[in-house]
Ligand binder design. Structure first.
Ligand code: CTP
Length: 397
């Protein structure tokens, strides 16, 4: 959910600042782009170098950088999807409550158009002080979100409420924040993509030209709308950019079948875009088959049809299939929709320029259970995925 999200992390001068190295790492691992601002006091607790290496971005500590270039806090504030301040000391809290602007972090806060989320950290008596409580209330009234301090051992040696929320909990808070209001928040999705390889012997296989691009784009499209996505992926060279997607790598049609069936239960949306082999060699040689005079005949037997089986076992899932045809596209697609008990089928033609395997574009027609036909223009696979995801959202509403 944090994939591609732009996050400013403001760090103020408290001992919990050392935990921000871990926080930055977790955010970057989730696919977020992070830019760090330090207050002068924060530099005493964690170095800009450490944070710069971990965030892969320059760290801002002053209005001017080492070459006397102005760090434009207004642009920075405009850039962010969210502004996180962690740890938030009582001092910066008071400045935020009163609008005091004596450092680049405060200037950025006052310029920010995005939501500001703060994680206070201070000693237990400070945290309970009436002025601190009043300042937290002012922050809330001003629309900021508070990640409450946690209870435990404090730097003073005392024990109580005042510890900065653990970095893992801050990340969870941010994920929930970005998921709020998304149409697939709370929904689960299962997608398959890519080709399958059916082994002939240890070095050879029967495969197909599917790249997996279309299915990966659908998985990423569903995740961007808030769904928790599992992707079962055949052999593909494509990168999955969104780290929130759980990827199960498989090779053969049998493995695809096992992985899809064992993850099917309780899913809300299931999209089968994989080019599963229809046949596999009857016998797999455990040694490399040597060349001999004359021809070689391979006996092929049918694989299991994953989508048909999912259709048979369907309960509440919205089941979406693909039909890649070279001729009679709509007729064959409509047959598959009915025979495999689907809610939607995405028809595309391998004969159409710019559509089908390997390319970055596709041109689809969606047919629903009531035989409603919707035609779409030739688009990038990301845009096609977005059309499919939006259609599915309308259907499950
Ligand atoms: N499919 C599947 N398992 C198979 C074959 C196909 O799950 N063994 C799924 C594909 O993922 C796709 C749909 O069935 O969503 C249609 O696949 P397609 O290859 O177009 O059709 P087939 O059913 O294999 O029939 P044919 O090859 O004769 O067109």
């Amino acid at each position: 959910m944090l994939y591609n999200k732009k996050i400013i992390l403001g760090i103020t001068g408290g001992i919990a600042a050392y935990k921000c190295a871990h926080l930055v790492r977790l955010l970057v691992k989730q696919g977020a782009e992070v830019k760090v601002i330090l207050t002068p006091a924060a530099k005493e607790f964690i170095t800009p170098q450490t944070l710069s290496v971990l965030s892969k971005n320059e760290v801002i500590v002053d209005f001017f950088d080492a070459n006397f270039n102005w760090n434009n806090h207004v642009h920075l504030a405009e850039w962010a999807d969210v502004f996180v301040i962690a740890p938030l000391t009582a001092n910066t809290l008071a400045k935020m409550a009163s609008g005091l602007c004596d450092n680049v972090l405060m200037a950025t806060y006052l310029s920010a158009r995005s939501k500001c989320i703060v994680a206070p950290a201070m000693d237990l008596d400070m945290y309970q002080h009436p002025t601190v409580k009043q300042n937290i209330d002012i922050l809330k009234i001003n629309g900021n979100l508070i990640i409450p301090a946690e209870t435990g051992e404090l730097a003073s040696g005392l024990s109580g409420e005042g510890r900065m929320a653990e970095p893992e909990n801050i990340v969870t808070f941010l994920i929930d924040f970005f998921k709020q209001g998304l149409p697939l928040n709370g929904k689960t999705a299962l997608v398959n993509a890519g080709p399958t390889y059916e082994a002939i012997d240890p070095v050879r296989f029967i495969g197909n030209r599917s790249s997996g691009k279309m299915g990966i784009a659908i998985a990423e499209g569903l995740a961007a709308k808030g769904a928790e996505v599992t992707l079962v992926l055949g052999p593909s060279n494509e990168k999955i950019k969104d780290p929130s997607i759980k990827v199960i790598h498989v090779e053969s049609a049998d493995q695809m079948y096992e992985a899809m069936l064992s993850n099917y239960d309780k899913k809300d949306v299931v999209v089968c875009s994989a080019a599963v082999a229809d046949y596999k060699p009857a016998k797999v040689s455990n040694k490399k088959i040597k060349k001999k005079d004359g021809n070689l005949n391979l006996e092929l037997i049918k694989t299991k049809d994953v989508l048909s089986e999912l259709g048979k076992q369907k309960k509440k899932q919205c089941l979406v299939g693909f039909a890649l045809e070279t001729d009679n596209v709509l007729e064959y697609a409509a047959e598959k929709l009915k025979n495999k008990n689907l809610d939607l089928i995405i028809a595309n033609s391998a004969a159409e320029k710019g559509a089908g395997f390997g390319v970055d574009t596709n041109k689809i027609t969606i047919i629903d259970k009531h035989n409603k036909i919707s035609n779409f223009e030739l688009k990038s696979k990301q845009e096609v995925a977005s059309d499919i995801v939006n259609y599915t959202i309308d259907l499950i509403k």
